[in-house]
Every structure is written in structure tokens, then in C-alpha cells.
Write a protein that binds this ligand. Structure first.
Ligand code: GAP
Length: 433
């Protein structure tokens, strides 16, 4: 693990962003749980994406389809055949299994020789109903978009839509990855945010370029640094089985450039195959619409946002407190993503009037913003604790507060402090956040 990666994993655990799943039992197969701050960050990412898709764009509507679907869906989509399989090799000595494209000639664990590659399907099998026989076998969905295709007509008719239009969805997906790795980068259970844009075939290239640009701008508008983001055309021989064209939006993680989102021209692959397998005519007028898809992992983009926001300042940014001599960590998350927006801090905790006043302010703000109240340790230390989790503003209640009902409002990035009247706080914070 790289140094930066270790620091981010450690911060995630220490400050309640991400915990290993079933940790008291030693963890479980690369599954992770999102803690109090992680779930706020995740919800913020999902909200910003949802608003971007369904509010900013005309004719994009939402859907929430079930995770369990008829197994026929996965026959039609091509996920049960070789198209959705990775090549797996096994070590003849220790029997550990690896994805062929991740390793060279020998077993990375014991140096043993490897078997010939064989195809390994990534669909997660499960049983529906009380009888564990073949009739009740189905799969956890491997991509959320199939629920969009099976509802194409329902949505179009109920919302009286005309092509072009889009359907957006956020939800869990599951893949039996051979080598889950790199913290929450590749896991077996993850969440996707997918938008499927249905259009006339001849307009597909134009919309592909449009959505690609939109998606790149989304990351930049949320503060991802330009030098850490790139778009890579997927070569023809590496295209997913459903795609005519694909571009990966990649982020420069501590372990190298890796995909965070796929933009796909899926042509008429999905609607024509579902028509054939279900017998339902899924044409629009007399043709199958082409589909342009944007597909991003919530967990993977969260990881990218964390990496990009993480900054260290040797010796600290302030020179006035003892804490300043240490290494300072700053999580410069965009204001719409930061899990905690405001911290409320009494200057000292041994003055009951100050503590009382600070708690009143906390209760005043809590219904409007995600807030934290903290009275433990020196004020410098408390600012640092908040900077480390990306809190946008800290409000300090001091002796002057008791005299004139004003507080100091400290900005995370500039560390500038201004005095604000308590009665103006909500208004003032609304403007900033
Ligand atoms: N519907 C198209 C589709 O699923 P994909 O490129 O296989 O395309 C899209 O996946 C996105 O879903 C990826 O860019 C990534 O962000 C996320 N994703 C896929 N597999 C993942 C995994 N095992 N762990 C975490 N995220 C994953």
C-alpha cells in the first residue's frame, strides 16, 4: 500500500468514514461499512448527482428498480455468458486464485506455477423462495441499468416522454470479483449511479460527446483537480460486450490512473435483446433507440473525492497554538460534499455560561445544517479535528458572545475569522454553504 493510501485508509477508520465489514469477526471478503461521516458524504454525492441529472437536465426522470430480477433478464443482457467473465488462474501449490490480467507468470503469494486461464462469471447467485433448486435461482444485479431497460416502456408511457429522454437510477450492484482490491476501489458490493439516455441511432455520437463533457465537468465543478482527471478511449478489443464505444473517466489514485466512470454507447444491444427474449416489443415507433449510458460507482467516486481533498501541511497552518508544531491534515472537500458543515465550539468548557450559550447555538443550527458540538481540548486542537474531516465552518462562542450576542465564524480554507450576530447566523451560513 502506498503511503498516501495508508493515510487515507487510516483517516477513514479513525474518523468514522469507512470501517471493514464484520470487523469483530475479522472482516468479510472486501466488504466495507460506511460510518457516520461516510454515510453523510455518500448521501451528499448521491444528492449532487441526482440533482445534476434530474433537475439540471430536461427530460431525465428517476427510477428505483428492484435488485432481484427475473434470471431471464441476465440471459438477455449477456451477463450469463462469457461476455461478463474474467479470466482466472489458480496457483497449483497454494490454490489461491487471481485475475489473469493482474499477474505475471508465477503466483504472487508463494511463487508456485499457475494453471491455464479459465473463464469465471462474475454474477452473484442467490435463491428466491424456500426451495433451493434451479427453478428459484436468480442473481443479484451486476449493474443497475437493466432495471431501467425492462421499465423503458413503463416510464415512457406514464411520463408521456418522447425520444430523446433519460432515466436515472442509484442503487446497489454486486459482482463476485476475483481480486477485490485497493480499499473501496474494487469491492463485491457497491453502489452505482447510472443514467441511460435513449435516442435516435444517428444522434448517438453527438449525445455521447455531450454526456462525456457533462460528466467530466461534474467532477471539476466538485473540486477534483484537472491534473488528476482524464478521459481514456477504450480500445475496440477491450470494449464491454454490450458497447459500440466506451470512454473511461479516470482518476489518478495513489495506486495509479484508474476508471471511476464509464460512458458507453450501448447501441440497440439491450432493447433488441430484451425484445427478443421477452417477446415484448420495445421499439420506439419503428426502431430500437440507441442508449448512451453514464455509469459511476458511488464508493469509487467517494474514494476519489477523499484522495483529492486530502492535504497535509507540515508544521501546521497556524503558528499560534501548540498543535501547530505537528503535521496538519486538511480535507478540502467541496462544500456540497463535506459531511459536517458546521462545528459549534465554546472557547473553554469550564465556564458554564459559555457552554450553555454554545449549546443553544448548536440547537438553533442543527435543524438546518449537519453540525457537530465539541468542547474537548484546546480551541486550536478542535479546529484541527474539524479541518481533518472537512467541516466548512467553525463557530466559536467566547466571552464577547456573552456581552453582545456575536460569535466568531472561521472558514476552513482561509482560516479567516469574522464576527457575526447570532440572529444573522442562519442567513449568513445559508449564503456560504
Ligand atoms: N452499466 C455499465 C457498467 O456497469 P462498468 O464500467 O462495469 O459499467 C461502471 O461499471 C462503474 O461502476 C465503474 O466505473 C465503477 O465506478 C463502478 N464499479 C464497477 N465495478 C465495481 C466494483 N467491483 N467495485 C466498486 N465499483 C465498481
Amino acid at each position: 500500500m502506498t503511503d498516501l493510501m495508508e493515510k487515507i485508509v487510516s483517516l477513514s477508520k479513525r474518523r468514522g468514514f469507512v470501517f471493514p465489514s464484520s470487523e469483530i469477526y475479522g472482516g468479510f471478503g472486501s466488504c466495507y461499512d460506511f460510518g457516520p461521516l461516510g454515510v453523510e458524504l455518500k448521501n451528499n454525492i448521491k444528492k449532487v448527482w441526482w440533482d445534476e441529472m434530474t433537475k439540471k437536465h430536461d427530460d431525465v426522470v428517476g427510477l428505483d428498480a428492484s435488485i432481484l430480477m427475473s434470471p431471464k433478464v441476465w440471459e438477455a443482457s449477456g451477463h450469463l455468458t462469457a461476455g461478463f467473465a474474467d479470466e482466472l488462474v489458480e496457483c497449483k501449490k497454494c490454490h489461491h486464485r487471481f485475475r489473469k490480467d493482474f499477474i505475471k507468470e508465477k503466483c504472487p503469494d508463494c511463487g508456485g506455477s499457475l494453471t491455464k486461464p479459465k473463464k469465471f462469471n462474475l454474477m452473484m447467485k442467490t435463491f428466491v423462495g424456500p426451495v433451493e433448486d434451479e427453478a428459484s435461482e436468480t442473481y443479484l444485479r451486476a449493474e443497475t441499468c437493466q432495471g431501467i431497460y425492462t421499465n423503458f416502456k413503463n416510464v415512457m408511457q406514464t411520463m408521456r416522454l418522447k425520444i430523446p429522454f433519460g432515466i436515472a437510477q442509484i442503487g446497489k450492484a454486486f459482482r463476485n470479483e476475483i481480486n477485490p482490491k485497493d480499499f473501496i476501489y474494487r469491492t463485491r458490493e457497491f453502489e452505482q449511479m447510472e443514467m441511460q439516455w435513449f435516442c435516435e441511432p444517428k444522434t448517438a455520437p453527438k449525445f455521447f460527446d455531450y454526456w462525456k463533457k457533462q460528466r467530466i465537468n461534474w467532477y471539476l465543478s466538485l473540486g477534483i483537480r484537472k491534473q488528476n482527471l482524464r478521459a481514456k478511449e477504450v480500445p475496440k478489443n477491450e470494449l464491454p460486450h454490450y458497447a459500440k464505444r466506451a470512454v473511461d473517466i479516470e482518476y489518478k489514485f495513489p495506486f495509479g490512473w484508474q476508471e471511476i466512470e464509464g460512458i458507453h454507447n450501448r447501441g440497440d444491444w439491450d432493447l433488441s435483446n430484451h425484445s427478443k427474449h421477452s417477446g415484448e416489443d420495445l421499439k420506439y415507433e419503428d426502431y430500437f433507440p440507441y442508449i448512451i449510458e453514464t455509469s459511476v460507482g458511488v464508493d469509487r467516486s467517494l474514494f476519489a473525492f477523499l484522495c483529492d481533498a486530502y492535504q497535509e501541511v507540515k508544521g501546521g497552518r497556524t503558528k499560534t497554538t501548540k498543535a501547530a508544531k505537528e503535521l496538519e491534515v486538511l480535507l478540502k472537500l467541496h462544500k456540497s460534499l463535506a459531511p459536517v458543515k458546521i462545528a459549534v465550539l465554546p472557547l473553554v468548557k469550564n465556564k458554564p455560561e459559555l457552554v450553555k450559550k454554545a449549546k443553544e447555538i448548536y440547537n438553533l443550527l442543527k435543524p438546518h445544517f449537519v453540525c457537530q458540538y465539541d468542547e474537548t481540548g484546546s480551541i486550536g486542537r478542535r479546529y484541527r479535528r474539524q479541518d481533518e474531516i472537512g467541516t466548512i465552518a467553525s463557530i466559536t462562542c467566547d466571552f464577547q458572545t456573552l456581552e453582545d450576542d456575536t460569535v466568531t465564524l472561521r472558514d476552513r480554507d482561509s482560516m479567516k475569522q469574522e464576527r457575526v450576530k447570532i440572529k444573522d447566523l442562519i442567513e449568513c451560513l445559508r449564503k456560504q454553504l
